[in-house]
Design a protein around this ligand. Structure first.
Ligand SMILES: Nc1ncnc2c1ncn2[C@@H]1O[C@H](COP(=O)(O)OP(=O)(O)O)[C@@H](O)[C@H]1O
Ligand SMILES: N[C@@H](CCOP(=O)(O)O)C(=O)O
Length: 310
Protein backbone atom coordinates (compact mmCIF):
# COMPACT_ATOMS: atom_id res chain seq x y z
CA UNK A 1 0.00 0.00 0.00
CA UNK A 2 1.34 3.46 -0.89
CA UNK A 3 1.75 6.00 1.94
CA UNK A 4 -1.01 8.12 0.34
CA UNK A 5 -3.56 5.33 0.55
CA UNK A 6 -2.49 4.19 3.98
CA UNK A 7 -3.28 7.65 5.38
CA UNK A 8 -6.52 8.02 3.36
CA UNK A 9 -5.11 11.18 1.76
CA UNK A 10 -3.87 11.65 -1.78
CA UNK A 11 -2.37 14.55 -3.73
CA UNK A 12 -2.25 14.63 -7.54
CA UNK A 13 -0.51 17.03 -9.92
CA UNK A 14 -2.05 17.36 -13.39
CA UNK A 15 -0.96 19.42 -16.41
CA UNK A 16 -2.71 21.98 -18.59
CA UNK A 17 -3.23 20.90 -22.19
CA UNK A 18 -3.54 22.56 -25.56
CA UNK A 19 -5.93 20.66 -27.81
CA UNK A 20 -6.40 20.48 -31.59
CA UNK A 21 -2.88 21.72 -32.50
CA UNK A 22 -4.30 23.38 -35.63
CA UNK A 23 -6.05 20.80 -37.84
CA UNK A 24 -6.40 18.01 -35.24
CA UNK A 25 -9.88 18.93 -34.01
CA UNK A 26 -10.96 16.65 -31.11
CA UNK A 27 -7.98 14.39 -31.93
CA UNK A 28 -4.59 15.71 -30.73
CA UNK A 29 -3.42 17.46 -27.60
CA UNK A 30 -0.19 18.41 -25.85
CA UNK A 31 0.47 18.60 -22.11
CA UNK A 32 2.09 21.84 -20.92
CA UNK A 33 4.25 22.59 -17.88
CA UNK A 34 1.52 24.38 -15.92
CA UNK A 35 -0.12 22.26 -13.22
CA UNK A 36 -3.17 22.09 -10.98
CA UNK A 37 -3.08 20.18 -7.72
CA UNK A 38 -5.93 18.05 -6.43
CA UNK A 39 -5.93 16.91 -2.77
CA UNK A 40 -8.48 14.34 -1.68
CA UNK A 41 -9.27 12.59 1.59
CA UNK A 42 -12.14 10.48 2.87
CA UNK A 43 -14.84 11.72 5.27
CA UNK A 44 -18.01 10.13 6.70
CA UNK A 45 -20.53 9.31 3.93
CA UNK A 46 -22.80 12.34 4.51
CA UNK A 47 -19.94 14.90 4.64
CA UNK A 48 -18.56 17.03 1.81
CA UNK A 49 -15.96 19.79 1.99
CA UNK A 50 -14.67 21.49 -1.16
CA UNK A 51 -11.96 24.17 -0.98
CA UNK A 52 -10.65 26.11 -3.98
CA UNK A 53 -7.48 28.21 -4.27
CA UNK A 54 -6.20 30.21 -7.24
CA UNK A 55 -7.87 30.22 -10.65
CA UNK A 56 -11.66 29.96 -10.56
CA UNK A 57 -11.84 30.69 -6.82
CA UNK A 58 -14.92 32.90 -7.24
CA UNK A 59 -16.97 30.56 -9.43
CA UNK A 60 -16.07 26.92 -8.99
CA UNK A 61 -18.90 25.15 -7.13
CA UNK A 62 -18.29 23.78 -3.62
CA UNK A 63 -21.11 21.21 -3.74
CA UNK A 64 -22.18 18.05 -5.58
CA UNK A 65 -22.36 20.00 -8.87
CA UNK A 66 -18.53 20.33 -8.90
CA UNK A 67 -17.30 18.17 -11.83
CA UNK A 68 -14.42 16.84 -9.72
CA UNK A 69 -16.85 15.50 -7.10
CA UNK A 70 -18.97 13.97 -9.87
CA UNK A 71 -16.02 12.14 -11.43
CA UNK A 72 -14.76 10.98 -8.00
CA UNK A 73 -18.19 9.43 -7.30
CA UNK A 74 -18.17 7.75 -10.72
CA UNK A 75 -14.72 6.22 -10.06
CA UNK A 76 -15.87 4.90 -6.66
CA UNK A 77 -18.98 3.41 -8.32
CA UNK A 78 -17.02 1.76 -11.15
CA UNK A 79 -14.48 0.43 -8.59
CA UNK A 80 -17.44 -1.01 -6.62
CA UNK A 81 -16.47 0.87 -3.44
CA UNK A 82 -18.99 2.02 -0.87
CA UNK A 83 -20.10 5.65 -1.26
CA UNK A 84 -17.98 7.97 0.89
CA UNK A 85 -17.80 11.57 1.96
CA UNK A 86 -14.85 13.64 0.76
CA UNK A 87 -12.64 16.56 1.58
CA UNK A 88 -11.43 17.99 -1.74
CA UNK A 89 -8.94 20.82 -2.14
CA UNK A 90 -8.33 22.27 -5.62
CA UNK A 91 -5.19 24.36 -6.02
CA UNK A 92 -5.61 25.80 -9.51
CA UNK A 93 -2.93 27.38 -11.67
CA UNK A 94 -4.65 26.68 -15.02
CA UNK A 95 -6.89 29.60 -16.06
CA UNK A 96 -10.54 28.53 -16.35
CA UNK A 97 -12.50 28.64 -19.64
CA UNK A 98 -9.53 29.96 -21.64
CA UNK A 99 -8.72 26.95 -23.85
CA UNK A 100 -6.00 25.38 -21.68
CA UNK A 101 -7.90 22.29 -20.59
CA UNK A 102 -8.93 23.37 -17.08
CA UNK A 103 -11.96 21.06 -17.11
CA UNK A 104 -9.88 18.13 -18.39
CA UNK A 105 -7.25 18.73 -15.69
CA UNK A 106 -9.96 18.91 -13.01
CA UNK A 107 -11.57 15.66 -14.19
CA UNK A 108 -8.30 13.76 -14.64
CA UNK A 109 -6.94 15.00 -11.29
CA UNK A 110 -10.14 13.95 -9.49
CA UNK A 111 -10.34 10.56 -11.21
CA UNK A 112 -6.68 9.69 -10.57
CA UNK A 113 -6.95 10.76 -6.91
CA UNK A 114 -10.15 8.73 -6.40
CA UNK A 115 -8.61 5.69 -8.07
CA UNK A 116 -5.59 5.91 -5.76
CA UNK A 117 -7.94 5.91 -2.74
CA UNK A 118 -9.66 2.86 -4.28
CA UNK A 119 -6.35 0.96 -4.35
CA UNK A 120 -5.89 1.61 -8.07
CA UNK A 121 -8.80 -0.70 -8.81
CA UNK A 122 -9.19 0.84 -12.29
CA UNK A 123 -6.67 0.82 -15.12
CA UNK A 124 -5.43 4.01 -16.85
CA UNK A 125 -7.56 2.97 -19.82
CA UNK A 126 -10.70 2.83 -17.66
CA UNK A 127 -9.86 6.23 -16.17
CA UNK A 128 -9.35 7.65 -19.68
CA UNK A 129 -12.77 6.39 -20.76
CA UNK A 130 -14.57 7.69 -17.66
CA UNK A 131 -13.09 11.18 -18.01
CA UNK A 132 -13.69 11.27 -21.78
CA UNK A 133 -17.37 10.54 -21.14
CA UNK A 134 -17.51 13.56 -18.82
CA UNK A 135 -15.49 15.86 -21.10
CA UNK A 136 -17.15 14.74 -24.35
CA UNK A 137 -13.94 14.51 -26.40
CA UNK A 138 -10.57 12.87 -25.62
CA UNK A 139 -8.04 15.40 -26.95
CA UNK A 140 -7.39 17.25 -23.65
CA UNK A 141 -7.95 14.43 -21.17
CA UNK A 142 -5.52 11.98 -22.84
CA UNK A 143 -2.43 14.25 -22.60
CA UNK A 144 -3.54 15.45 -19.14
CA UNK A 145 -3.43 11.78 -18.08
CA UNK A 146 -0.36 10.59 -20.02
CA UNK A 147 1.74 13.73 -20.75
CA UNK A 148 3.49 14.54 -24.05
CA UNK A 149 1.56 14.80 -27.31
CA UNK A 150 -1.30 12.30 -27.52
CA UNK A 151 -3.39 11.30 -30.54
CA UNK A 152 -6.79 9.83 -29.62
CA UNK A 153 -9.87 8.36 -31.23
CA UNK A 154 -13.20 8.03 -29.44
CA UNK A 155 -15.44 5.12 -30.41
CA UNK A 156 -18.99 5.18 -29.07
CA UNK A 157 -21.18 2.10 -29.02
CA UNK A 158 -24.08 0.69 -26.98
CA UNK A 159 -21.48 -0.81 -24.63
CA UNK A 160 -20.10 2.66 -23.87
CA UNK A 161 -17.11 4.74 -24.93
CA UNK A 162 -13.86 3.19 -26.11
CA UNK A 163 -10.89 5.54 -26.46
CA UNK A 164 -7.79 4.51 -28.37
CA UNK A 165 -4.80 6.73 -27.71
CA UNK A 166 -1.11 6.80 -28.64
CA UNK A 167 1.52 9.01 -27.02
CA UNK A 168 4.32 10.73 -28.92
CA UNK A 169 7.20 11.69 -26.60
CA UNK A 170 7.25 15.43 -25.92
CA UNK A 171 8.81 17.52 -28.66
CA UNK A 172 12.42 18.42 -27.99
CA UNK A 173 13.36 22.13 -27.87
CA UNK A 174 9.90 23.44 -28.65
CA UNK A 175 8.44 26.26 -26.53
CA UNK A 176 4.83 27.43 -26.50
CA UNK A 177 4.20 31.15 -26.25
CA UNK A 178 0.75 31.20 -24.68
CA UNK A 179 -1.29 34.41 -25.03
CA UNK A 180 -4.22 34.27 -22.60
CA UNK A 181 -6.92 36.95 -23.11
CA UNK A 182 -8.58 38.44 -20.04
CA UNK A 183 -12.04 37.14 -21.04
CA UNK A 184 -13.64 33.72 -20.66
CA UNK A 185 -14.95 31.55 -23.46
CA UNK A 186 -16.72 28.37 -22.37
CA UNK A 187 -15.88 25.43 -24.62
CA UNK A 188 -19.61 24.73 -24.96
CA UNK A 189 -20.18 28.19 -26.48
CA UNK A 190 -17.17 27.87 -28.80
CA UNK A 191 -18.53 24.50 -30.02
CA UNK A 192 -21.98 25.95 -30.65
CA UNK A 193 -20.66 28.09 -33.54
CA UNK A 194 -19.33 25.05 -35.45
CA UNK A 195 -21.34 23.83 -38.45
CA UNK A 196 -23.21 20.50 -38.48
CA UNK A 197 -21.63 19.65 -41.86
CA UNK A 198 -18.50 20.73 -43.73
CA UNK A 199 -17.62 20.58 -47.43
CA UNK A 200 -15.94 17.31 -48.50
CA UNK A 201 -12.97 19.36 -49.75
CA UNK A 202 -12.46 20.84 -46.25
CA UNK A 203 -12.54 17.39 -44.64
CA UNK A 204 -9.82 16.20 -47.07
CA UNK A 205 -7.84 19.39 -46.44
CA UNK A 206 -7.78 18.69 -42.68
CA UNK A 207 -7.08 14.97 -43.08
CA UNK A 208 -3.90 15.68 -45.04
CA UNK A 209 -2.73 18.43 -42.65
CA UNK A 210 -3.37 16.52 -39.44
CA UNK A 211 -1.53 13.45 -40.77
CA UNK A 212 1.46 15.66 -41.50
CA UNK A 213 1.28 17.35 -38.08
CA UNK A 214 1.55 13.91 -36.45
CA UNK A 215 4.55 13.06 -38.67
CA UNK A 216 6.13 16.42 -37.75
CA UNK A 217 5.79 15.67 -34.01
CA UNK A 218 7.12 12.13 -34.41
CA UNK A 219 10.21 13.36 -36.29
CA UNK A 220 10.64 16.79 -34.62
CA UNK A 221 10.36 18.21 -38.16
CA UNK A 222 9.52 21.87 -37.55
CA UNK A 223 9.63 22.89 -41.25
CA UNK A 224 6.90 20.36 -41.90
CA UNK A 225 4.90 21.53 -38.86
CA UNK A 226 5.18 25.10 -40.04
CA UNK A 227 3.57 24.23 -43.42
CA UNK A 228 0.81 22.01 -42.06
CA UNK A 229 -0.95 23.95 -39.29
CA UNK A 230 -3.82 25.29 -41.38
CA UNK A 231 -7.29 24.19 -40.44
CA UNK A 232 -10.75 24.46 -41.99
CA UNK A 233 -12.83 22.64 -39.37
CA UNK A 234 -12.94 24.97 -36.38
CA UNK A 235 -10.66 28.02 -36.43
CA UNK A 236 -12.42 29.87 -39.29
CA UNK A 237 -15.77 29.50 -37.48
CA UNK A 238 -14.35 30.61 -34.12
CA UNK A 239 -12.45 33.59 -35.47
CA UNK A 240 -15.34 35.98 -34.75
CA UNK A 241 -15.19 35.06 -31.03
CA UNK A 242 -11.57 36.17 -30.63
CA UNK A 243 -10.87 39.75 -31.71
CA UNK A 244 -7.60 40.00 -33.66
CA UNK A 245 -7.05 36.23 -34.02
CA UNK A 246 -5.76 36.22 -37.62
CA UNK A 247 -3.58 39.26 -37.05
CA UNK A 248 -2.03 37.70 -33.92
CA UNK A 249 -1.21 34.55 -35.95
CA UNK A 250 0.38 36.60 -38.75
CA UNK A 251 2.45 38.77 -36.42
CA UNK A 252 3.64 35.79 -34.38
CA UNK A 253 4.86 34.10 -37.56
CA UNK A 254 6.56 37.28 -38.77
CA UNK A 255 8.35 37.44 -35.40
CA UNK A 256 9.75 33.94 -35.98
CA UNK A 257 7.10 31.52 -34.73
CA UNK A 258 7.08 28.09 -36.37
CA UNK A 259 3.31 27.97 -36.15
CA UNK A 260 0.45 29.76 -34.43
CA UNK A 261 -2.96 28.37 -33.53
CA UNK A 262 -6.04 28.54 -31.35
CA UNK A 263 -5.49 26.66 -28.10
CA UNK A 264 -8.41 24.26 -27.72
CA UNK A 265 -11.63 26.17 -28.17
CA UNK A 266 -9.91 29.49 -27.30
CA UNK A 267 -9.72 32.32 -26.52
CA UNK A 268 -6.02 31.56 -25.79
CA UNK A 269 -3.73 31.62 -28.83
CA UNK A 270 -0.46 29.69 -28.93
CA UNK A 271 2.67 30.15 -31.03
CA UNK A 272 5.47 27.59 -31.12
CA UNK A 273 9.05 28.82 -31.15
CA UNK A 274 12.58 27.57 -30.54
CA UNK A 275 15.04 29.20 -28.11
CA UNK A 276 14.42 32.96 -27.76
CA UNK A 277 10.67 33.59 -27.97
CA UNK A 278 10.62 37.11 -26.50
CA UNK A 279 9.92 38.79 -29.87
CA UNK A 280 7.06 36.41 -30.59
CA UNK A 281 5.48 37.18 -27.22
CA UNK A 282 5.78 40.94 -27.79
CA UNK A 283 4.33 40.69 -31.30
CA UNK A 284 1.32 38.72 -30.04
CA UNK A 285 0.68 41.15 -27.21
CA UNK A 286 0.85 44.21 -29.51
CA UNK A 287 -1.50 42.65 -32.07
CA UNK A 288 -4.03 41.73 -29.38
CA UNK A 289 -3.82 45.23 -27.84
CA UNK A 290 -4.63 46.80 -31.22
CA UNK A 291 -7.94 44.93 -30.97
CA UNK A 292 -8.55 46.08 -27.38
CA UNK A 293 -7.71 42.69 -25.81
CA UNK A 294 -5.47 42.57 -22.72
CA UNK A 295 -3.54 39.35 -22.35
CA UNK A 296 -1.22 37.50 -20.00
CA UNK A 297 1.73 35.78 -21.65
CA UNK A 298 3.17 32.50 -20.39
CA UNK A 299 6.09 30.69 -21.96
CA UNK A 300 5.57 27.00 -21.37
CA UNK A 301 7.43 23.87 -22.37
CA UNK A 302 5.59 20.69 -23.31
CA UNK A 303 5.13 18.51 -20.23
CA UNK A 304 6.58 15.01 -20.61
CA UNK A 305 4.51 13.80 -17.65
CA UNK A 306 0.78 13.58 -17.17
CA UNK A 307 -1.19 13.24 -13.94
CA UNK A 308 0.97 12.03 -11.05
CA UNK A 309 0.36 11.12 -7.42
CA UNK A 310 3.06 12.82 -5.34
N1 LIG B 1 -10.32 23.12 -11.03
C1 LIG B 1 -11.61 22.96 -11.34
N2 LIG B 1 -12.45 22.37 -10.48
C2 LIG B 1 -13.76 22.20 -10.78
N3 LIG B 1 -14.31 22.58 -11.94
C3 LIG B 1 -13.52 23.16 -12.84
C4 LIG B 1 -12.13 23.38 -12.60
N4 LIG B 1 -11.59 23.97 -13.67
C5 LIG B 1 -12.60 24.10 -14.56
N5 LIG B 1 -13.75 23.63 -14.07
C6 LIG B 1 -15.07 23.58 -14.73
O1 LIG B 1 -14.86 23.58 -16.12
C7 LIG B 1 -15.45 24.75 -16.73
C8 LIG B 1 -14.54 25.28 -17.82
O2 LIG B 1 -14.41 24.28 -18.80
P1 LIG B 1 -14.31 24.65 -20.33
O3 LIG B 1 -15.40 25.59 -20.71
O4 LIG B 1 -14.21 23.37 -21.06
O5 LIG B 1 -12.95 25.46 -20.43
P2 LIG B 1 -11.42 24.98 -20.44
O6 LIG B 1 -10.96 25.32 -21.81
O7 LIG B 1 -10.73 25.81 -19.40
O8 LIG B 1 -11.42 23.51 -20.15
C9 LIG B 1 -15.60 25.72 -15.58
O9 LIG B 1 -16.66 26.61 -15.82
C10 LIG B 1 -15.87 24.81 -14.40
O10 LIG B 1 -17.23 24.44 -14.37
N1 LIG C 1 -11.42 19.86 -29.33
C1 LIG C 1 -12.02 20.72 -28.35
C2 LIG C 1 -10.97 21.18 -27.39
C3 LIG C 1 -11.47 22.07 -26.29
O1 LIG C 1 -10.39 22.42 -25.46
P1 LIG C 1 -10.54 23.44 -24.24
O2 LIG C 1 -9.20 23.51 -23.60
O3 LIG C 1 -10.99 24.73 -24.85
O4 LIG C 1 -11.60 22.85 -23.35
C4 LIG C 1 -12.66 21.91 -29.07
O5 LIG C 1 -11.96 22.50 -29.89
O6 LIG C 1 -13.82 22.21 -28.80
Amino acid sequence: MTPARASGFVRVKVPATTANLGPGFDTIGMALELYNIVELSLLAPDELVVEVEGEGVANIPRDETNIVIKVIRQVFKKAKKNPSGFKLKLINHIPVARGLGSSAAALVGGAVAANELCGNALSDQEILEIVTDFEGHPDNVAPALFGGVVVSAQMKSEQGTEVVSRKIPPPYGLKAVVAIPDFHLATKSARSVLPAQVPFEDAVFNLSRVSMVIMAFIHNDWDLLSKMMEDRLHQPYRQALIPGMTEVFEEARQAGAIAAMLSGAGPTLIAFGLEDTQEIAEAMEKAFLRHGVNITIKELKPSPVGAKVF
